[in-house]
Design a protein around this ligand. Structure first.
Ligand code: GTP
Ligand code: MG
Length: 677
């Protein structure tokens, strides 16, 4: 591995299908790290190597690759763009020094970068935009640039002017160098700036320099005096201002044709900082100098588990040196000591053994069994790195083994899937006690189940979690119930009068006895209560009955034949007879939902929630400007796929949280118990 000043750790992020994996593949091919470019359609790219990536023709997890260019050692992290998988991306953002944000040359889609750019800006991560797919029909560089500037400010500035567009996209003018570049037989070739574009290029260069001059007084003076700044100065400023997250350059490229790929590589080499310039910070805000001689500090940014070869923890080394056979302390796990089972660099699925890795490197350590993503590893000293706070899950499925299989075993396999991707979690549903797999969206959870079946040969059935309906009564009644049975010798006899009255919502079931004169002997009264409560578990529609007050106020007994069992049976019969007479209703759980969404989509969200029988409680500006919070009470049954609908209606930008609020009667046009589900 190269010395620290020559390392670059860059994440490729961007909306779904923007062309990240294809661009990474083109970069690897350009740098000679792969002999032949793979493609998405063949499932042969380096970073989309998981079978689930290939099956869905999209990235489903982060992938790591590396290459060298001009003596610079680039580690590249390719991330999935589909919003369901964003949590993993958030984890790796903590381990890189810069980001390439790939966007399609389509102004309409720029809005989809909002959450991502917010996360990148919050970390102060230097970044640039690549407007990709410039070869596609309708590709619109100028429109995309304008949309980026409208969203993120005037320091998002073009460093390229594309030459041609769509089929005629043939190259770009580099505005710092004021030179044109195109392709010749697959290799980049420098050209003269086309005469017809000279004026436009000059204007674009002025805008670039003016934006840069905001951070450089000397440059500002030169511009005011009408002096042409020398190329070295422009490049030096660009490098400094981009690596300090002041200027955000915008490049034009087409990974498919290869145009602009060399420029992306050059930009990463020249404008992005080395790890030397981005010291880590521990949870208490103390800087961690990237010093090779210091004791080791490393941050686990990704875990993957191979059913045969075991666990791989990808770590970012912040200080010290990681050795292949090191004994490490997992500070996040109560200082547990773990021994490394090997040290590797990852090229997609390929593991290349190395002996040692210094500060700034991103490497994989084998078989650190207790270690999880987010953990801090040290040489023994007490240092904890900041934890990335995980978002709450927004989608869940109930899981059942397809074949008879120990639930404990399923849970064990699921735990490994969660170990690989901590944005998944396992839970038990209240009331129904179903085993739940929770995640960040429908696709996230579905892909996890596919992974479970492929890796561990566990076939499971998934379904929407069962809605815990209940029933209650809306009118009082009294019943007389007698159980009498004569079987030769000992008979059975129980006789009760029960009164049923509705209670307030949420008050539950209460039982009271008002027996006078011992008509039901003391010792049988608990059996009556038990019989009542058991029978209330299954109301007329099959759901547990709640919010009812039951009074035992009269009865009879028999000296010989009466028993606990006979009174329990009589009570149960009484309940079954009474409930249909009390105008029973089915109750459904109502959840309180808080949706956070850019103001432009607030009315869409209100419409969606209203369409789900939601009751809008209010709407207020959220903490961030331009974002609203809509609060509503919505029947839980309507919420099972809400995240998918919300994201579809809001370009992926809406999020929500929810909690159980109360039970309400199912409206009469939906009654029918299970039919309403
Ligand atoms: N015409 C054209 N197609 C491209 C280009 N780059 C990518 N594509 C195609 O666009 C689709 C998506 O490309 P990917 O590289 O998988 O995009 P991605 O951003 O990695 O997608 P996710 O990881 O799923 O978010 C594939 O069909 C690619 O072949 C390009 O520059 N030009
Ligand atoms: Mg991809």
């Amino acid at each position: 591995m190269a010395e620290i000043s020559r390392l670059r750790n860059v994440v490729f992020v961007g909306p779904h299908h923007a062309g990240k994996t294809t661009l990474v593949e083109a970069v690897l091919a350009h740098c000679g790290a792969v002999a032949r470019r793979g493609s998405i359609s063949d499932g042969t790219t380096v970073t989309d190597h998981e079978p689930e990536d290939v099956a869905h023709a999209q990235s489903t997890t982060v992938g790591f690759a590396h290459c060298t260019a001009d003596g610079i050692d680039l580690t590249i992290v390719d991330t999935p763009g589909f919003i369901d998988f964003f949590e993993e991306t958030r984890m790796v953002l903590a381990g890189v020094d810069a980001a390439v944000i790939v966007v399609e040359a389509d102004p309409e889609r720029i809005v989809q970068t909002r959450g991502l750019v917010d996360a990148i800006e919050a970390l102060g991560l230097p970044h640039l935009f690549v407007v990709s797919k410039m070869d596609r029909p309708g590709a619109d560089f100028a429109g995309s640039l304008a949309a980026l500037q409208a969203a993120y400010g005037r320091h998002v500035i073009a460093e390229h002017v594309p030459i041609g567009t769509a089929e005629s996209f043939s190259g770009y003018i580099d505005l710092a160098q004021m030179k044109a570049f195109g392709l010749d037989g697959g290799a980049e070739r420098e050209n003269e700036v086309p005469g017809a574009m000279a004026d436009a290029a000059r204007r674009a260069r002025e805008q670039l320099l003016e934006a840069m001059a905001d951070f450089d007084d000397a440059l500002m003076e030169e511009l005011l005096e009408g002096k042409e700044p020398p190329l070295e100065e422009v490049e030096r400023d660009l490098c400094s201002e981009c690596s300090h997250d002041q200027i955000i350059p915008v490049l034009a490229a087409s990974a498919a044709t290869g145009i602009g790929v060399a420029a992306v590589v050059r930009a990463m080499e020249r404008w992005f900082p080395s790890p030397e310039d981005r010291p880590g910070v521990d949870a208490e805000g103390r800087a961690i100098a990237p010093d090779a001689a210091a004791p080791l500090v490393a941050h686990v940014i990704k875990t993957s588990i191979h059913p045969q070869s075991g666990k791989i923890s990808v770590v970012r080394v912040l200080a010290g040196s990681m050795k292949a056979d090191a004994t490490l302390t997992d500070v996040s796990k109560g200082d547990e000591r773990v021994r490394s089972g090997g040290l590797y660099r990852l090229q997609g699925k390929k593991q290349e053994a190395i002996a040692e890795a210094g500060p700034g490197s991103i490497v994989a350590v084998a078989r650190l069994e207790p270690v999880a993503t987010g953990d801090t590893l040290t040489a023994g000293q007490k240092v904890l790195l900041p934890r990335v706070i995980r978002s709450a899950p927004v989608f869940a499925v109930a899981i059942k083994p397809k074949e008879r299989m120990d639930e404990a075993k399923i849970s064990q396999m699921l735990a490994r899937i969660v170990d690989e991707d901590p944005s998944l979690s396992l839970g038990r549903a209240d009331v129904t006690n179903e085993l739940l797999l929770l995640g960040c969206g429908e696709q996230h959870v579905t892909v996890a189940v596919e992974r479970l079946s492929r890796k561990y040969k566990v076939e499971v059935e998934i379904a929407s979690p069962t809605i815990p309906y209940q029933e209650t009564i809306t009118a009082p009644t009294e019943v007389h119930s007698r159980y009498k049975h004569q079987t030769g010798g000992h008979g059975q006899f129980g006789d009760v009068w029960l009164r049923f009255e509705p209670r307030d919502r949420g008050a539950g079931v209460t039982f009271e006895e008002k027996i006078v004169g011992g008509v039901v002997p003391r010792q049988f009264i608990p059996a009556v209560e038990k019989g009542v409560r058991e029978a209330l578990q299954h109301g007329p529609s099959g759901y547990p009955v709640t919010d009812v007050h039951v009074t035992l106020f009269d009865g009879q007994y028999h000296d010989v034949d009466s028993s606990e069992q006979s009174f329990k049976t009589a009570a149960g019969m009484g309940v079954r007879e009474a409930l249909p007479k009390c105008r029973p209703v089915v109750l459904e759980p109502i959840v309180r939902v808080a949706v956070i969404v850019p103001t432009a989509y607030t009315s869409t969200v209100i419409q969606q929630l209203t369409g789900k029988r939601g009751q809008i409680l209010g709407m207020k500006p959220a903490e961030r400007a331009g974002v609203d919070e809509v609060e509503a009470d919505v029947p839980q049954v309507e919420m099972s796929r809400y995240i998918t609908e919300l994201r579809t209606g809001t370009q992926g930008l809406g999020t929500f949280s929810w909690r159980h609020e109360r039970y309400d009667p199912v409206p009469s046009n939906r009654v029918g118990g299970k039919a309403a589900v």
